[in-house]
Design a protein around this ligand. Structure first.
Ligand code: JCE
Length: 384
């Protein structure tokens, strides 16, 4: 496989000569070429950036050096993919790495500053296969580290790479779960023993333990990998995303007007929130929503306060109230509480008799010994 890298920091890609790809290069499996983008500048300062059209902070990389580099490198051949690392790309996955491993040549185009003029991507796309790829939802200073990561994920999949015969599969996502923890000798280290079951020789027990640990880890760290909770009719209860904020805000207003009618409206905080408030708390709470025919009809949020799983903002669209959706949301959010949670806590309006009755049926008890916010009552339930 031929690998080309276009960058203004060629030294940043030195690890390509040392690490996994380095060994593959020695074996002739890959042919690595790192190119200094400034080779294709012509002014005295070897300029590669300029101010953004439309204004805004920072600088954008000018298209001309990339265009000349593509010509010089013969970009536009079949069986080639031009890779643009970018935080707005498609996420890098094992599947994508495997797809790239099937190409004859990869050309990595590493941006810096605020990114590359979009016409460079469009131009490459007119000539050949292009993928814009993100390592994850965080922002690096440039594409080089992402290019290294993508390279390592791809090169280890090449046939003939360091005896990759059986370990080739998606090791860390076996059966769609995270891996169970691993142990080796000594049996006791730092006063910490290896779990007995792993030393028992009982292969069925070991498999069962590993699966249990894999599920525990996945629930805690990557609930997105698990099938969603569903209502009786199969409608999924899914984690809220930032783009849900507008609909949650609308639903919250509708629901908490009802609350204001049976409480002192000044003491109904949810009613006084604006869209930015909802956007802000969505970042800090685990929030779940239900959609019916595309419409957001239910939501609930929770977060850990000490060892209490603080549940709130249970909301159901007015036309669906009384059909068990609130109860389903409550049961769901109880189920997803982290291991540290030993109790559930809920607040509702002192005048919200209907809510209090619903929570009572769900096993919650009024706590007169706990100080509630003004106009509210506190209800708690032990986690079984
Ligand atoms: C990059 C930057 C956008 C502001 C070129 C960042 C990929 N998963 C990823 N996180 N970050 C990147 C990445 C890749 C290429 C470039 N920047 C910095 N990008 C907005 C700053 C420039």
């Amino acid at each position: 496989m031929r690998l080309d890298y276009l960058t203004i920091f060629p030294d940043y890609l030195a690890p390509l000569d040392l690490s996994l790809p380095g060994k593959a290069a020695e074996g002739g499996l890959i042919d690595v070429r790192v190119h200094d983008l400034r080779t294709w500048t012509h002014d005295r300062h070897r300029t590669v950036d300029d101010t953004p059209y439309g204004g805004g902070a920072g600088m954008v990389m000018r298209p001309e050096p990339f265009g000349e580099a593509f010509d010089a490198l013969g970009v536009g051949a079949p069986d080639e993919t031009v890779v643009f690392p970018t935080p707005s790309g498609e996420p890098l996955t094992q599947r994508l790495a495997a797809e790239l491993a099937g190409r004859e040549r990869l050309v990595f185009v590493c941006g810096r500053y605020e990114g590359i003029d979009q016409r460079v991507v469009d131009h490459a796309r007119d000539r050949t296969d292009v993928r814009e790829i993100s390592l994850g939802d965080y922002v690096l200073n440039g594409g080089e580290v992402a290019a290294l990561a993508i390279t390592e994920a791809v090169v280890r999949l090449l046939p003939g790479f360091l005896g990759n015969a059986e370990s080739l599969a998606e090791e860390s996502h076996e059966g769609g779960l995270l891996e169970a923890p691993a142990y080796t000798k000594p049996p006791v280290w730092d006063g910490r023993a290896v779990p007995d079951v792993l030393r028992s020789g009982d292969h069925a027990a070991i498999a069962a333990w590993r699966r249990e640990e894999a599920v525990r880890r996945t629930v805690e760290r990557r609930p997105d990998l698990l099938p969603p909770s569903v209502l009786d009719d199969g409608t999924p209860i899914v984690r809220a995303v930032p783009a849900d904020a507008g609909e949650i805000f609308t639903l919250q207003r509708a629901c908490w007007v009802q609350e204001a009618l049976v409480n002192d409206p000044a003491e109904v905080p949810a009613l006084h929130e604006e869209l930015p408030d909802v956007q802000a708390w969505l970042e800090r709470w685990d929030t779940y929503v239900v959609r019916r025919a595309g419409r957001l009809v239910g939501a609930v949020r929770a977060r850990l306060e000490g060892t209490a799983w603080d549940i709130g903002r249970i909301m159901v669209a007015p036309d669906l109230q009384g059909a068990g959706l609130g109860r389903a949301l409550l049961e769901h959010v109880e189920r997803v509480a982290p291991a540290e949670a030993t109790s559930y806590v809920l607040f509702t309006g002192a005048g919200s008799v209907r809510n209090q009755r619903i929570y009572g049926k769900a096993g919650y008890r009024l706590r007169r010994d706990v100080e509630p916010p003004p106009g509210a009552v506190v209800l708690t339930k032990r986690r079984r």
